[in-house]
Design a protein around this ligand. Structure first.
Ligand SMILES: [Zn+2]
Length: 99
């Protein structure tokens, strides 16, 4: 079994599991299943409001603390891109550091 990343199209969610390189059969451990289900619950949570504030020459937003559960911790690098004119995306650039 090899550690793999799967994609849940319905919930637009990537999650970890194991995949057999021989037959392609996949399985998830209890811990991986719990990580998946808490990430899915986070995706279902209500949108949180925040305010854009001036920070030096740029602007910043204080993200709600629950984003840390998704790996958005202080010091991580993100890529900012435009989804729509009123919607931007923050994407973690590197995989979560091992703890
Ligand atoms: Zn197999």
């Amino acid at each position: 079994m090899v550690l793999s990343t799967f994609h849940d199209e319905e919930h637009r969610l990537d999650y970890e599991g194991f995949c057999c390189p021989g037959c392609g059969q996949s399985m998830v451990t209890l811990a991986q299943m719990q990580a998946y289900s808490s990430a899915r619950d986070l995706k279902r949570s209500k949108p949180t409001k925040a305010k854009i504030t001036k920070m030096g020459r740029g602007v910043g937003v204080v993200l709600p603390s629950w984003v840390k559960e998704l790996g958005f911790e202080a010091g991580r690098d993100v890529e900012v891109s435009v989804i729509e004119l009123r919607c931007i995306q923050l994407e973690l650039l590197s995989p979560e550091p091992k703890r």
